[in-house]
Design a protein around this ligand. Structure first.
Ligand SMILES: NC(=O)c1ccc[n+]([C@@H]2O[C@H](COP(=O)([O-])OP(=O)(O)OC[C@H]3O[C@@H](n4cnc5c(N)ncnc54)[C@H](OP(=O)(O)O)[C@@H]3O)[C@@H](O)[C@H]2O)c1
Length: 320
């Protein structure tokens, strides 16, 4: 039985984590092309922090908005889709939590095209650590970097949920992995990598044999990362942890070394086949996604605050 109302986080303006609370709002009504998902758990993301603190002011954000770009749960109303009632699903991106209501709610009305069926051995909590983080890591590594087991991969900004996921996938494939952190005290957290390196901001020229690089720090370090890979190597910019979003004055002729390739990944276009492949790879390689902390939905403010203050290492999961 679907209730008439539900608990949700609803934002209209920049909001500090300490001021986030649960409101009682109507459960959204299904319509053709959209399905209602009963949310079981969701992961928190750096981009939701950007939305909550600043981006929410942009015209393209539908306000008031229920944030949250991903969730796992069960189909509560399949509407006119091919999903069945109670089917286990994951959903992510495509405007979720920006153009239409997202996952910080007991129910989410989502376009059927951005909801994917999932078969997995993982628990709801473990499963919630996968959709956005592993889809982004997977796309960056396989679609963009064309990663194969002979590669040596550099993960720049390894101590974030996405970094840990990328390291786990690359190690499961059989690659050699070098990962960096900008904090000396976090070197010991990069246990899944073959080598942990302190990122001083200048790494170009200090390695040999790196064939692929995933830059999660972003434009702040990208020029330098281009100088870390061998001729024929590929650099993929996926993150913006450095807080710099564009490459001002970038001169591709002089700044991309000859024979080095530059690409970027955007997680906005997930598809069923890739989601199926990811969960199958995780199950077959017995990967347990790294979870930094788990909070109940009633503690959402504390979860967001701990994310803002960098208190949690790894993916933060909220369970309903
Ligand atoms: N392209 C896409 O479609 C896409 C999709 C998903 C995520 N992303 C991006 O990927 C990055 C990681 O996302 P996430 O959700 O995995 O993040 P997250 O788990 O929330 O990680 C954030 C943590 O990264 C750490 N960090 C590591 N290196 C850093 C550096 N050089 N500068 C600043 N902080 C650093 C920070 O902790 P310490 O400072 O204590 O180390 C911070 O607490 C973000 O920039 C996010 O926007 C992009």
């Amino acid at each position: 039985m679907i209730p008439k109302t539900m608990k949700a986080v609803v934002l209209s303006r920049p909001t500090q984590a300490e001021n986030v609370c649960l409101s009682e709002v109507p459960v959204p009504q299904v319509r053709p092309g959209w399905v209602l998902v009963k949310v079981k758990a969701f992961g928190l993301n750096h981009s939701e922090q950007i939305l909550r603190l600043n981006e929410i002011q942009a015209d393209y954000i539908s306000k008031p908005i229920i944030p949250g770009i991903e969730c796992v749960g069960e189909i509560a109303d399949p509407s006119d889709s091919l999903f069945s009632l109670g089917q286990k699903v994951a959903a992510l991106m495509g405007g979720m939590g920006r153009s239409f209501g997202g996952s910080y709610a007991q129910y989410a009305l989502l376009p059927a095209s951005h909801v994917f069926s999932v078969r997995t051995q993982l628990s709801w909590t473990e499963m919630a650590a996968v959709p956005e983080t592993y889809f982004t890591a997977w796309g960056s590594l396989f679609e963009c970097l064309k990663l194969c087991k002979e590669d040596t991969l550099l993960v720049r900004g390894g101590t974030c949920a996405l970094g840990y996921a990328a390291i786990r996938l690359a190690k499961a494939l059989g690659c050699r992995v070098i990962a960096t952190t900008h904090r000396q005290q976090k070197l010991g957290l990069l246990i899944w990598a073959d080598q942990a390196v302190l990122d001083t901001g200048t790494l170009a020229g200090s390695f040999s044999g790196i064939t692929k690089a995933l830059d999660l720090v972003g434009p702040k370090t990208l020029r330098d990362t281009l100088g870390c890979v061998e001729k024929g190597g590929i650099v993929c910019n996926t993150g913006i942890l450095g807080g710099v979003y564009t490459l001002n004055g970038f001169d591709p002729i002089k700044e991309i070394p000859n024979g080095v390739y530059l690409t970027g990944f955007f997680s906005n276009y997930p598809d069923q086949q890739t989601i199926t492949n990811i969960f199958s790879f995780i199950d077959s390689h017995r990967i347990k996604p790294d979870i930094g902390a788990i909070y109940s939905f009633g503690k959402i403010s504390a979860a967001l605050s701990d994310m803002d203050h960098h208190k949690v290492d790894g993916k933060i999961i909220v369970t309903m």
